[in-house]
Ligand binder design. Structure first.
Ligand code: PBG
Length: 328
């Protein structure tokens, strides 16, 4: 049927009608808020490129946990900003590591009961060189050595699960890490700890501000030998297939807005629960526009999140989680 019998504007004529026929919804329970834990007490240090995002000592982080629970968020994703770094990244799996201590404190609160407390599994925040694995230097050049890195990542995942993480989320992009983490968790009796795999993670310029937040910028070279080439959608599907075969329980796609087509393709091929990470640079560029009053903050923020849900993500890791939840 054609115009004038069909008039698509009929269903747009009131807020109530628009709400009734809305295809995609945003809810606080589908939003995950990242927290950057650092040493000390009463520390709340703002990231210069990420307005409203802080390095938090554990006591301050507990206040955030309270707020996130009160807002009905789905969960938290924890990162560590350790005081000391070394060549191996040993702070990542230390029993008294910053995230391990944070987890114990957070899981001890009643606010945390309503939240899924996830821990990022990676070495880059803990290594002196800033790479996500073990570095072998070969004269002027270097390689990030896959298999020794996987062993350290597996130890990190076990340590985080033992400290109370509800979910472990490997973000390193080494081959075989999901299988190794699954075996290590099972051996440690953590058979029920799910793995949220950053299955499709591209080498992206949009992680820039995060590297300030986590002080994790590589000191030499870049991450292109382990994170994926942004041009490759089919390779992303192979990464996901591989992680599912190794035992991933959920998938995380990253970044989000510049890769919505990849999220859509993954949604149509795979049935696992899938999240997307609206990364630091996506947040910072929107804030830069808000500061200049070039974009309306609330509308632009919600539209960016809606686009990620519409592309097929079940949940979103986003620095806007609290701000968005207040509006929903
Ligand atoms: C650790 C990690 C990174 C991010 C999440 N986990 C940084 C990186 O890979 O360089 C980026 C998150 C963001 O930009 O918000 N490997």
């Amino acid at each position: 049927m054609n115009f004038p019998a069909t008039r698509l504007r009929r269903l747009r004529s009131s807020a109530a009608l628009r709400s009734l026929v809305r295809e995609t919804r945003l809810e606080p329970s589908a939003l995950i808020y990242p927290l950057f834990l650092c040493e000390g007490s009463r520390v709340r240090r703002e990231i210069s490129s990420m307005p409203g995002v802080f390095n938090l000592s554990i006591d301050e982080a507990l206040k955030e946990v309270e707020a996130c629970s009160a807002l009905g968020l789905g969960g938290l994703l924890l990162f560590g900003v350790p005081a000391e770094k070394d060549e191996q990244g040993s702070g990542a799996w230390a029993e008294d590591g910053i995230v391990q201590r944070g987890l114990r404190a957070i899981k001890n609160t009643s606010a945390a009961k309503s939240l899924v407390v996830m821990a990022d599994v990676c070495l880059c925040e803990y290594t002196s060189h800033g790479h996500c694995g073990v570095v072998n230097r070969q004269g002027e050049s270097f390689v990030v050595d896959n298999d020794p890195s996987v062993a350290l990542l597996a130890a990190t995942a076990v340590s985080l699960a033992q400290a109370g993480a509800d979910v472990v989320a490997p973000s390193d992009m080494m081959d075989g890490r999901v299988g190794a983490i699954r075996s290590a968790l099972d051996e440690a009796g953590k058979t029920h700890t799910p793995i949220l795999s950053y299955a499709s993670k591209f080498a992206s310029a949009f992680y820039g501000p995060f590297r300030e937040a986590a002080a994790s910028a590589p000191q030499f070279g870049d991450r292109r030998t382990y994170q994926m080439d942004g041009a490759n959608l089919r390779e992303a599907m192979r990464e996901i297939e591989q992680d599912i075969a190794e035992g991933a329980d959920m998938l995380l796609m990253k970044p989000a807005m510049p890769y919505l087509d990849v999220i859509r393709e993954a949604r149509s091929r795979f049935d696992l629960p899938m999240g997307a990470y609206q990364v630091s640079g996506e947040y910072s560029m929107l804030h830069a526009a808000f500061q200049r009053a070039w974009l309306e903050p609330e509308r632009a923020m919600l539209e960016s999140l809606l686009s990620i849900r519409r592309a097929g993500a079940d949940f979103i890791v986003t620095y806007f989680a609290k701000d968005a939840a207040k509006l929903l």
